[in-house]
Design a protein around this ligand. Sequence first.
Ligand code: SF4
Length: 63
Amino acid sequence: MKAKVDKNKCIGCGACTSIASNVFEFDDDGLAKAVQEEVKEEDKESVKEAEESCPTGAVQVEE
Ligand code: SF4
């Protein structure tokens, strides 16, 4: 599973960074970025939850 953030869509709400803090962090520009491109097994569930919770669809997950 791979995780990415589309910064053109991100509004910096912080949902993904709090739900999946191992995978998403705020970048210097105040928007989220994925710090693990290849998501570890133990983080997959929270990444899916972050994808569902992102209000703008900026979290992109590929199986
Ligand atoms: S949940 Fe979506 S909009 Fe909010 S910080 Fe994460 S990527 Fe950005």
